[in-house]
Design a protein around this ligand. Structure first.
Ligand SMILES: NC(=O)c1ccc[n+]([C@@H]2O[C@H](COP(=O)([O-])OP(=O)(O)OC[C@H]3O[C@@H](n4cnc5c(N)ncnc54)[C@H](O)[C@@H]3O)[C@@H](O)[C@H]2O)c1
Length: 435
């Protein structure tokens, strides 16, 4: 089937490449010319494990092509996916400008019936608004193509995106009573549904809410254990033991129960914020969601305060980890973006290292930071090391060597990945969370 994917970012590119791998003929469209130029050469503009091989294979096989021109992509496309970003506005609501532009552009250029699929995370009601915009544009043009709007929210995790797309836990599709669209979605996903899970069909409004509900629930689990971490610090408990003791209960499960400096990234913070905005807009109280956000902010702030309070003046601080989580170069809402300027403003020198995200971090943070290629080099002569991302290479740090190269002895483990006893055995002072 011929498919167009608009927006070739973390979601759109992975989806497009995986659809091609499943045998579809795919056009990837993006307004970012530099991105499209790279993609045409088979270079992935983002870091995502397994993606480069898949991209190359499908380009070579001619199953995927990229363009900046939607008009070139649309002819014969039966399904058009919109996977543009929906970042948070100042007032926490989701910025839907790109989604609406894409819906209108498809209606402006369509020359046949198309199923328009929202893959972006959008507040409930957005599908309806897209449908209205599309109808208006078609009427202006005096044409009557059928362009139903379907919701197919994406659940992939950066760092595992290819796996999650090829072996999804679930495929949620929200359609308001259009059988042809339903059949096309079924046909499109058949290579996956044959082998794995069936599609979970629902109303479009429900599909839009499922995505936010899932992310808010996971973020809530993180905030819950972070809330307990503060109680542990005040009372002598150990949050790792709390998490183990809770997580062994099948009804709770161990995942997303790791205390740390809180969640970041391009999804949890913005989706929690968008739900808070939706609560305001609809008048429906969502106190758990507000609390999830507040606890996350508080957790980050109180740990950063702990770091700033413990540092000697004019300290040299090594930062291990810049991306918001391991296995990605995504810097959106990464804790490092808050901490780095706080450290430099307090007169400290920062030597930052990340295995993958350094270029992206440099582009955002710019001057005033030393960017160090190797983890141990960044710790040389440092008064303190701060772990902000739990990359595997940090997990196996040689503490003896670390103590030798450092000038000072402070180790801040913002992700609770180390055993305090092992760290302290070599003469380092350990600062974890909830221990
Ligand atoms: N990143 C994730 O892990 C993830 C997971 C699930 C869902 N989502 C959701 O998917 C959506 C996309 O997220 P992302 O992380 O891939 O964003 P992204 O910023 O990485 O990618 C968006 C892309 O869309 C392009 N774009 C913007 N306007 C365009 C237009 N008019 N025409 C063509 N291209 C255009 C941008 O240039 C960019 O390449 C968001 O709603 C997000 O919440 C993201």
């Amino acid at each position: 089937m011929k498919i167009t994917v608009i927006g070739t970012g973390y979601v759109g590119l992975v989806s497009a490449v995986c659809f091609a791998e499943l045998g579809h003929e795919v056009m990837g469209v993006d307004i970012d010319e530099a991105k499209v130029a790279k993609l045409k050469q088979g270079i992935s503009p983002i870091y995502e494990p397994e993606l480069p091989e898949l991209l190359k294979r499908n380009l070579d096989a001619g199953r995927i092509r990229f363009t900046t021109d939607l008009a070139e992509a649309l002819p014969n496309s039966k399904v058009v996916f919109s996977a543009v970003a929906t970042p948070p506005n100042e007032d926490f609501s989701a910025d839907l400008k790109a989604v609406f532009i894409v819906a209108e552009s498809v209606a402006a250029l369509a020359d046949h019936d198309i199923v328009f699929v929202n893959k972006s995370t959008v507040p409930v009601g957005t599908g309806k608004r897209c449908e209205e915009l599309i109808q208006k544009k078609l009427q202006e043009r005096g044409v009557d193509f059928a362009i139903p709007v379907v919701s197919n929210p994406e659940f992939l995790r950066e760092g595992h995106a290819v796996h999650d797309t090829m072996q999804p836990d679930r495929i949620v599709v929200g359609i308001n009573g259009n059988n042809e669209a339903k059949e096309l979605m079924e046909e499109m996903y058949r290579p996956l549904t044959r082998a794995t899970k069936p599609i979970v069909w629902m109303q479009r409004e429900s599909a839009e809410i499922v995505k936010y509900a899932s992310n808010a629930f996971l973020a809530n689990k993180i905030s819950f254990i972070n809330m307990m971490s503060e109680l542990c610090e005040a009372t002598g408990g150990n949050v790792r033991d709390i998490a183990r003791g809770m997580g062994m209960d099948d009804r709770i499960g161990p995942r997303f129960l790791h205390a740390g400096i809180g969640y970041g990234g391009s999804c949890f913070p913005k989706d929690v914020k968008a739900l808070i905005a939706l609560s305001r807009e609809t008048g429906v109280a969502l106190p758990l969601v507000q609390a999830t956000h507040d606890i996350n902010q508080h957790q980050r702030e109180r740990y950063f305060k702990k770091i700033l309070d413990a540092l000697p003046s004019n300290a040299t601080v090594a930062i291990w980890g810049l991306s918001f989580k391991p296995r990605t170069d995504d810097m959106r809402e990464a804790p490092s973006l808050d901490l780095l300027p706080m450290l430099t403003a307090a007169g400290h020198s920062v030597r930052a290292h990340d295995p993958i995200a350094m270029e992206n971090a440099k582009a955002i943070v710019g001057d005033g930071i030393e960017w160090i290629e190797k983890m141990m080099d960044s710790a040389r002569d440092a008064d303190a090391v701060v772990v902000l991302t739990e990359w595997d290479e940090f997990r196996g740090a040689d503490f003896k060597k670390l103590k030798e190269v450092m000038k000072g002895n402070l180790l801040f483990d913002g992700r609770n990945i180390y055993d305090p006893a092992e760290v302290e055995e070599v003469g380092l002072t350990y600062y974890g969370i909830g221990l």
